[in-house]
Design a protein around this ligand. Structure first.
Ligand SMILES: Cc1cc2nc3c(=O)[nH]c(=O)nc-3n(C[C@H](O)[C@H](O)[C@H](O)COP(=O)(O)OP(=O)(O)OC[C@H]3O[C@@H](n4cnc5c(N)ncnc54)[C@H](O)[C@@H]3O)c2cc1C
Length: 431
């Protein structure tokens, strides 16, 4: 079990105050579960993974129930940076050295399919989520520039990655409105969106296809069997199949997932609307730091900036101040700009940063641990779980075959180990 800050023990929490909650429009409510009910599939977690699985299964004619402890999109899916990062979290050479060339090519193809799936999902379901094109990656160390340029060329030739343009220092500065970077890259397939609007749009599509969502309904325990029985505070669901889609918040329901998916906190602020927009092309931006900075403009001219992680269960008391320090390193002129919103959220990471997609029991399926790449990967992972439940397991198998070692030290002892390792890497950023 995790310390309680990672686990909304009682559930029933409203959306935390954030720019997204304030601008998502009407937040539809779905009644809590009262009493017992039957379903073909019970999905635990109402973020991108669970909602996308629900949509795909309901479209295929399954009777689907989603249990969400709090609100639709309450977890990372309603709080993230909204950045769409094409590709897998690991670069092709890293994957090839560990997984071999065929598996690497398969994973790259799956990442393209995930990108296409997201575009189709937004278009087909007419999800208005402020989708914008382009992702710039700033290089924060001068000595890394040539290496980055060589890697880009090599990946294009050897692995067909891209096209991704290299930007010199002047171009990077012009596009990002800061001279904090020594060069950069521009990926036209990347982009950004309003994450909570995106989650609510998938939920709307799932319900339109026939799925039922119960908010304020935490799954307390699972009695495994065929069927399985999922207990909630005021009821229970008897289901032939269970999908675990709680990601960084799932703690406690499945020991195997707990051992392999570690919750990690990350923080975001939005400034007051700016007179001068530093990113004229409206791309998303991130950088080469190990504890990555990521930022972009919102539709109403605010800078939305994310950076800084904590590995302890508690969020900093002053999140705005915590993130502002990082913002000021990239945009010194914004060091004292008014900050209108600041919030944190919890994501799931794995040891090797590849997603954790498994079938822990014959009728239990899980997808989690997208390690900061879930805006694009999680909706796709939910869809391929649905596909596998329907009997088409090819794409599921490609992910399920990936190694995913447990974090060293077990559920409790791994905390100090992780803190030490992460702090070392964070320190390297400052060298
Ligand atoms: C601050 C922050 C910034 C991020 N930025 C980016 C980014 O820019 N780009 C990117 O690609 N990724 C980003 N991520 C990661 C991304 O948001 C996640 O990978 C993705 O949202 C995961 O979706 P999910 O549905 O698997 O999990 P979540 O969205 O976390 O949903 C899990 C849900 O399950 C519910 N739940 C858990 N346990 C139970 C239970 N027992 N019963 C009922 N409900 C339960 C929770 O309440 C929660 O709503 C960021 C994450 C954070 C926190």
């Amino acid at each position: 079990m995790y310390p309680t800050a990672f686990m909304p023990e009682l559930g029933r929490a409203p959306h935390p105050p954030s720019y997204y909650a304030e601008t998502a429009g009407a937040l539809p409510s779905h009644p809590a579960l009262k009493g017992a009910r039957r379903a073909d599939v019970c999905i635990i977690g109402g973020g991108y993974t669970g909602l996308s699985a629900a949509r795909s299964l309901a479209k295929a004619g399954y009777d689907v129930v989603v249990l969400e402890a709090n609100k639709v999109g309450w977890g990372a899916s309603g709080r993230n940076g909204g950045q769409i990062h094409p590709g897998q979290r690991r670069d092709p050479d890293w994957m090839a050295a560990r997984l071999g060339e065929p598996a690497t090519r398969r994973l790259l193809a799956l990442a393209d399919e995930a990108w296409r799936f997201q575009r189709d999902l937004i278009a087909d379901e007419r999800i208005d989520c402020d989708l914008a094109e382009g992702l710039i990656h700033g290089i924060h160390k001068k000595s890394w520039v040539e290496e980055e340029r060589r890697t880009l060329d090599h990946q294009a030739k050897a692995w067909g990655v891209g096209p991704i343009a290299f930007l010199d220092k002047a171009e990077t500065a012009a596009r990002l409105g800061t001279d904090a970077y020594f060069g950069g890259t521009l990926d036209p397939k990347g982009g950004h969106l309003h994450p909570l609007k995106f989650a609510l749009g998938i939920a709307r599509a799932a319900v339109a296809a026939g799925a039922t969502i119960h908010e304020d309904t935490r799954a307390l325990s699972i009695r495994h069997g065929s069927p399985a029985v999922i207990t909630t505070p005021d009821g229970e669901v008897t289901a032939d199949t269970v999908v675990l889609a709680g990601n960084g918040y799932l703690g406690g329901l499945d020991p195997d997932t707990d051992a392999r998916v570690m919750p990690l906190n990350n923080f975001i602020l939005t400034t007051a609307p700016l007179d001068h927009v530093p990113i004229p092309g409206n791309e998303a931006a991130s950088d080469t730091r190990f504890v990555v900075y990521y930022w972009r403009m919102t539709a109403d001219r605010r800078m939305l900036f994310g950076g800084g992680e904590t590995f302890t269960p508690r969020f900093p008391a002053d999140i705005a101040g915590f993130v502002r320090r990082h913002l000021a390193r990239v945009y010194p002129d914004l060091a004292s700009v008014p900050i209108d919103h600041a919030w944190g959220g919890t994501l799931g990471i794995t040891v090797n940063r590849l997603p954790f997609v498994r079938r822990p029991k014959p009728n239990v399926w899980v997808a989690a641990g997208y390690s900061g790449q879930g805006v694009m990967l999680a909706p796709f992972a939910g869809h391929i779980l649905a596909e596998a439940i329907r009997g088409q397991t090819e794409r599921f198998d490609a992910f399920a075959d990936l190694p995913c070692p447990p974090f060293p030290g077990g559920t409790w002892l791994r905390w100090p180990t992780l803190v030490a390792a992460m702090s070392w890497f964070a320190l390297r950023d400052r060298l």
